[in-house]
Design a protein around this ligand. Structure first.
Ligand code: ADP
Length: 447
């Protein structure tokens, strides 16, 4: 096992990884920008190293700074968390070339899944259903028009190198397709330096359902069930739940087994997530995330497994040590992302936190790195906490979530807590009756 792990991240996820390492008897090295000198992930680490100025490109995204920090601190391994360098295949390669272990998948799988056309092709060959589409990059408008009319409109033009919902354009008819392609190409070129686009059928009322996978690289693969992440605004998740209110046991086991089998065929190693859209009883692959997800705790709450610990064990060469039948599901869990932002406009709200009181009690978990007096910097993602609640069933979970949200005090800045509170009494939400477009309609962002 490793003796020392460097955590190439900040905020709640850096703390989350630190906690797993500490329980495993592994020392941790925090890295931080000058804006994060007093951050909790720095204060609680065994060692910390400043890696640059506030801008992420000069600190948390600086490969030379992070590799130097790992060398100076004599770390054995690097955990990238999520975001930042977590899905950067050349970073993963360089980590290994410099003699450290990358706590994550093999670089070849990060690259494969980072190219959405190649990813779609690879999972299709491995038996996963995909959204009908152009089956490759669009390079000829006449061919595109022909294929699109075969699939039926609307179609969604997407960037091969896409991420964060950028480079996507909707075409409602053949008249709109040429422009949608041109606009998506331009946006993709600007955002990713790669203007290649493809298109697929636009699903009008799907749910976003993803399957958590653990694979040890020796052919042992398990799935940890699904998460329903349909509550999104601007393609970003706000609340996630497990299990999904839309799936029954049979469907859950079927899609879980398909996902696990595909991951095995590909030869994947580490934690990973296969994302699907689910509409009218059918699953359609959209992408695979080759990293730890923000919403991993809800899966931990219903399975009792520590996903970060599993990632560390797998990276150290340990076999999973259990099989699919050993994975037991219990109860229901929901995560509310608490962002430093206006609950109605979603405008960021950085600043100093005044009084702070986190909820607690049976079944309540708060993953956060904030405290009273903490200054939320304007340079990074606005998510400052995750409130995760577990109950014996969905009703108990909702009841517990309502009382936890009411207990939560974060003074001095605007947060998404009031929005979550409003959601808790919405009939559709309470009934589990929502799709990926529901939240935007609810908050009035759809016009
Ligand atoms: P990104 O990598 O940019 O996040 P994804 O392919 O994961 O892109 O899609 C992000 C979100 O966009 C999905 O969760 C869903 O809300 C929407 N989306 C993607 N593909 C489709 C589609 N074919 N039909 C309808 N919505 C889609």
């Amino acid at each position: 096992m490793f003796e020392k792990v460097l955590i190439a991240n900040r905020g709640e996820i850096a703390l989350r990884i630190q906690r797993a390492c500490r329980e495993m008897g592994i020392r941790t090295v925090a890295v931080h920008s000058t804006a994060d000198e007093t951050a909790m992930h720095v204060r609680l680490a065994d060692e910390s190293i400043c890696i640059g100025p506030p801008a992420a490109k000069d600190s948390y995204l600086s490969v030379p700074a992070i590799l130097t920090a790992a060398a100076i601190s004599n770390a054995d391994a690097i955990h990238p968390g999520y975001g930042f360098l977590s899905e950067n295949a050349s970073f993963a390669t360089m980590v290994e070339e410099h003699g450290f272990t990358f706590i994550g998948p093999k670089p070849e799988h990060i690259s494969l899944m980072g190219d959405k056309i190649a990813a779609k092709q690879a999972v299709k060959e491995a038996g996963i259903p995909v959204v009908p589409g152009s089956d490759g990059a669009v390079d000829d408008i006449d061919v595109a028009l022909k294929v699109a009319s075969g699939i039926g409109y609307p179609v969604l033009v997407k960037a091969t190198a896409g991420g964060g919902g950028r480079g996507m354009k909707l075409a409602n008819s053949a008249d709109e397709l040429p422009d949608a392609i041109k606009m998506a190409q331009k946006e993709a070129e600007a955002a990713f330096g790669n203007g290649e686009v493809y298109f697929e059928k636009y699903l009008t009322k799907p749910r976003h359902i993803e399957i958590q996978i653990l694979a040890d690289g020796f052919g042992n693969v398990v799935h940890l069930g699904e998460r329903d992440c349909s509550l999104q605004r601007r393609h970003q998740k706000l609340l996630e739940e497990a299990p999904s209110p839309a799936l029954n046991e049979d469907t859950r086991q079927k899609i879980g087994a398909i996902a696990a089998e595909a991951v095995k065929k590909i030869g994947y190693r580490s934690a990973g997530t296969i994302e699907f859209l689910y509409e009218d009883g059918e699953f359609y692959f959209i992408e695979m995330n080759t990293r730890l997800q923000v919403e991993h705790p809800i899966t931990e709450m219903i399975t009792g497994l520590d996903i970060v610990r599993e990632m560390v064990r797998i990276a150290a060469g340990a076999p999973l040590g259990y099989e699919q039948d050993d994975v037991r599901f219990s109860g229901h869990a929901i995560e509310c992302r608490i962002n430093a932002e206006h609950p109605g406009t979603f405008m960021p709200s950085p600043g100093t936190i005044g009084d702070y009181h986190a909820p607690g009690g049976l079944g309540v978990r708060v993953d956060s790195a904030i405290y009273s007096g903490y200054v939320v910097p304007p340079h990074y993602d606005s998510m400052i906490a995750k409130l995760i609640v577990h109950g014996a069933n969905r009703n108990e979970c909702l009841m517990r979530l309502r009382r936890s949200l009411a207990e939560y005090v974060i003074d001095g800045i605007e947060t998404s807590i009031p929005l979550h509170q409003k959601l808790m009494s919405e009939v559709d939400f309470v009934n589990g009756d929502y799709d990926i477009h529901w939240l935007e309609k609810f908050v009035g962002l759809d016009d």
